[in-house]
Each structure stands twice: as structure tokens, then as C-alpha cells.
Design a protein around this ligand. Structure first.
Ligand code: NAP
Length: 190
């Protein structure tokens, strides 16, 4: 398992405003879907709230501090395996029908990582609090640089580019659908 992280941010680290994304970039959402399909997504409760639904074809693992009776978990606590409803289906693979959307609520980061340990590339998908706690364990970062100066109330944590090798970079211009220029970049930890 190699932990990956995926984020869209401005060059000065803005990732969110008022619980939402401060831009409209469908091309970024498309790349997010393509990269994460079939994998585990590790996210904070506020990001879960902003998504408002599980993402099809992926396994959502939501971090929240307090348990509540409304939490549900598709893993059997005793065996650690998916519950019978999901047994036999196996883990979704990239490109498979997008109707598989299990969710697990967990209360600490180690549990989130344990649930995704058999995934070759689980993705940390935010937000700010979760990026900050997971960054030391992340091996690959998929960044969409939003080429605009925008106000925000949530930021990506400080990171040292010297520790990361830029292995791919693709620049795109704003168009009728995407309101700002953006750059897709992939970094591997050195
Ligand atoms: N640009 C991007 O790529 C991107 C990606 C994702 C999100 N965002 C944006 O980021 C913002 C949300 O980020 P955020 O930093 O405010 O919140 P967040 O990281 O999404 O969620 C924070 C919550 O996660 C839970 N949590 C944090 N650490 C935990 C731990 N160690 N164990 C258990 N639970 C833990 C807590 O939930 P409880 O309060 O329930 O205990 C905490 O309030 C939104 O604006 C969203 O749109 C942007």
C-alpha cells in the first residue's frame, strides 16, 4: 500500500471557503474521478458533509471524533471483512460499474489506514485537517494547481517541495467550463 493524496489548491495553499471549493473546475473533478475510481478515499467529516453523498465506485472512509448511533460501517467488527452484502463482490476495480458505494466511519487515523491496507493506492482526499495529519505518511501527491489568487478559509499544510520530485506536469487554460487556468502535477516523495 502506497498512500496517495489528491488536492486542488492555489499556489498559496487555499483549498476551501465556507465548506466548499472556491472555484468551478469540472476538468479537475474529472481527473479526481479517473484517479480515485476503485480505491479507498480517506476524508474528514467536514469534507464528507460537503460532498453530501458517497462517491460511486469507491470506498469512503470518513474520520470523525465522536461515534454516533447513526454511523454505519460495512466492515464486520469481529472479522474485519466486508459484511455479507458486499462479500463476493470483491473490491471494485477501476472502470467497473459505478454503483458500489460503501462508507465506513472511523474515529482515528490508524483505523482508516488499516481499512485500506489492501488497496495499492488509497487516497487522502482532504480537507485541511486530514491533509495535515496524513502528509507525513503520503508517498504520492496529485495536485491541481489553480492558477488564481483566491480568498479561502482552509489551507493545505506547509510542505517542503525539496522533499518531492515533480514527475508529471500538464498546463491547461481556462475555457467556457473551467473558470481559471490550472496545472495538473504529480509528485513522488524523494
Ligand atoms: N481543494 C480540495 O482539494 C479540497 C479537498 C477536500 C476538502 N476541501 C475543502 O476543505 C474544507 C474542509 O476542510 P476542513 O479542514 O475544514 O475539514 P476536514 O479535514 O474535511 O474535516 C475535519 C473533521 O474531521 C474529523 N477529524 C479530524 N481529525 C480527526 C482524527 N484524527 N480522528 C477522527 N476524526 C478526525 C473531525 O470531525 P468531527 O468534528 O465530526 O469530530 C474534524 O472536525 C471545505 O471547504 C472543503 O470544500 C478542499
Amino acid at each position: 500500500m502506497q498512500l496517495s493524496l489528491i488536492v486542488a489548491m492555489t499556489r498559496d495553499g487555499v483549498i476551501g471557503l465556507g465548506g466548499e471549493l472556491p472555484w468551478r473546475l469540472p476538468a479537475d473533478l474529472k481527473r479526481f474521478k479517473a484517479l480515485t475510481m476503485g480505491h479507498h478515499l480517506i476524508m474528514g467529516r467536514k469534507t464528507w458533509d460537503s460532498l453530501g453523498r458517497p462517491l460511486p465506485g469507491r470506498i469512503s472512509i470518513v474520520l470523525k471524533r465522536l461515534a454516533s448511533p447513526y454511523d454505519y460501517d460495512f466492515y464486520d467488527e469481529e472479522t474485519g471483512l466486508p459484511r455479507p452484502l458486499y462479500q463476493g463482490q470483491g473490491f471494485p476495480k477501476a472502470g467497473e460499474p459505478a454503483d458500489w458505494m460503501p462508507v465506513a466511519f472511523v474515529h482515528d487515523l490508524d483505523s482508516a489506514l488499516r481499512l485500506s491496507e489492501f488497496d495499492d493506492s488509497p487516497f487522502v482526499i482532504g480537507g485541511g485537517e486530514i491533509y495535515a495529519q496524513t502528509l507525513p505518511r503520503v508517498e504520492r501527491m496529485y495536485v491541481t494547481w489553480v492558477e488564481a489568487e483566491l480568498a479561502g478559509d482552509t489551507r493545505f499544510p506547509d510542505w517542503n517541495p525539496a522533499n518531492w520530485e515533480l514527475v508529471a506536469e500538464e498546463r491547461h487554460s481556462a475555457d467556457a467550463k473551467n473558470e481559471y487556468d490550472y496545472t495538473f502535477a504529480t509528485y513522488h516523495r524523494r
